[in-house]
Design a protein around this ligand. Structure first.
Ligand SMILES: [Zn+2]
Length: 322
C-alpha cells in the first residue's frame, strides 16, 4: 500500500512534477529519506498509469490498484533480496518488451538502487539507452555518488526536498510529543516515524537537554555518558538531537532566533547559549559530524559519546577563559 499518499499527492514538488510534460522514460529520484522516496515514486507511478484527466484521479481502476500496489503493469524491484541484483535487471529486461496487461503503459520501480551492484547498473544501461515506447523506469536513490555516471546521464534527475513541518505533522498526527519529534526530524519522514515509534525518544531528548544544562565538570562525564547511552543503538538519535540543539544555540548566538527549530525549549537553549561563543558552537557541530563519520566505521558507541561530552566540556571551559 502507498503510505502517506495524501501527503505526497498534495506535496508541491510532486504537483509540479505532474504538471510538467513527460519527456523522459527514465527518472531518478534522490533523497536520504527512504519512506518519502519510495512512496513518492509509487505516487508518481499512479500518475503515469492513471486512465483519466487530472492525473492521478484517484478513482479509476488503475489508480485504485496502484494505491494497493497490485497493478500488474507496475513492477517493483528488488524482488527477492534487499538490494537490486543482476537477476532483477534480467527479469526487468525480459518483462519490459512484453505488452502491458491492463493499461497502455508499464512502470518499473527500482528501490534502493544506490546499493545495487555495478554489474546490475551496467546491465540496466542498455535498456536506458533505448527504452521501449510507453515504458518508464524509476530509480530510487539515496546517494547519487553510488550510481554510475552513464546511468545518471540517461535519467531525468529530481532531488526531493525535505517535507515541511506541516506535512510531517500530518504524518504523525496521533503521537504524543509531536512537536518535539517534528523539530528534531527536520523534514525527514523516515526519522519522524522512527522517533514516534521509539518509546525512548523523549527520554533521550530530555537527557540530552539535561546534560547540556548540568554537566559542568569532567568528573561528571561518566555519569552523564551512561545516563545518555543506555543502549548502544541510541547513539544515532543522541547525535541528531545534540546537532539540532547546537544548531539552535548557534542561531541564538548569531541573533537569528526566528530561525531556530526547538521552540518548545528555546528558553533553556538561550540560557545554555550564554556559555558558548558562536565559533565554539561551530566547532562542536563539526565534532558531531566527525563522530557520525566514525560511527560508519563501527567505532565503539560509548567511546564516541564520552569523546563528544569531553569535547563539549573543553570548549565550554575555553569559552569561560576568553
Ligand atoms: Zn486515475
Amino acid at each position: 500500500m502507498i503510505e502517506f499518499e495524501s501527503i505526497i499527492l498534495n506535496n508541491s514538488q510532486f504537483k509540479e512534477l505532474c504538471r510538467e510534460e513527460i519527456n523522459s522514460n527514465a527518472f531518478l529520484f534522490e533523497t536520504t529519506d527512504k519512506v518519502f522516496l519510495t512512496n513518492f515514486s509509487y505516487c508518481f507511478a499512479k500518475f503515469l498509469l492513471c486512465e483519466r484527466e487530472n492525473k492521478p484521479c484517484g478513482i479509476c481502476e488503475s489508480c485504485k490498484k496502484v494505491s494497493l500496489l497490485s497493478h500488474s503493469d507496475l513492477i517493483i524491484y528488488p524482488q527477492t533480496h534487499k538490494n537490486i541484483l543482476v537477476e532483477d535487471i534480467k527479469n526487468l529486461i525480459d518483462n519490459i518488451y512484453l505488452a502491458p496487461l491492463e493499461s497502455n503503459k508499464k512502470v518499473f520501480i527500482l528501490n534502493n538502487f544506490s546499493s545495487s551492484t555495478i554489474q546490475a547498473q551496467n546491465k540496466l544501461l542498455k535498456i536506458l539507452e533505448e527504452p521501449p515506447k510507453n515504458t518508464y523506469i524509476i530509480l530510487n536513490v539515496t546517494n547519487t555518488n553510488k550510481v554510475l555516471p552513464t546511468v545518471l546521464s540517461r535519467c531525468k534527475k529530481i532531488r526531493l526536498v525535505p517535507l515541511s513541518d506541516n506535512e510531517i505533522s500530518l504524518a504523525i498526527s496521533n503521537f504524543d510529543n509531536k512537536n518535539k519529534i517534528i523539530e528534531i526530524a527536520s523534514g525527514n519522514l523516515t526519522n519522524a516515524i522512527s522517533y514516534s515509534s521509539d518509546k525512548n525518544f523523549i527520554k533521550i531528548y530530555n537527557n540530552c537537554l539535561k546534560t547540556l544544562q548540568e554537566m559542568s565538570d569532567s568528573k561528571l562525564l561518566i555519569k552523564y555518558s551512561s545516563m545518555l547511552l543506555e543502549k548502544k543503538e541510541d547513539i544515532n538519535i543522541i547525535l541528531i538531537i545534540f546537532e539540532s540543539f547546537f544548531r539552535d544555540i548557534l542561531l541564538i548566538r548569531l541573533k537569528k532566533e526566528e530561525l531556530t527549530k526547538n521552540k518548545e525549549i528555546l528558553n533553556y537553549l538561550k540560557e545554555i547559549s550564554s556559555e558558548y561563543t558562536s565559533s565554539s558552537v561551530d566547532l562542536i557541530i563539526k565534532k558531531i559530524y566527525d563522530i557520525e563519520k566514525q560511527l560508519e566505521y563501527n567505532c565503539n558507541a560509548t567511546f564516541l559519546v564520552d569523546n563528544l561530552l569531553l569535547y563539549i566540556l573543553e570548549v565550554k571551559y575555553l569559552c569561560k577563559k576568553e
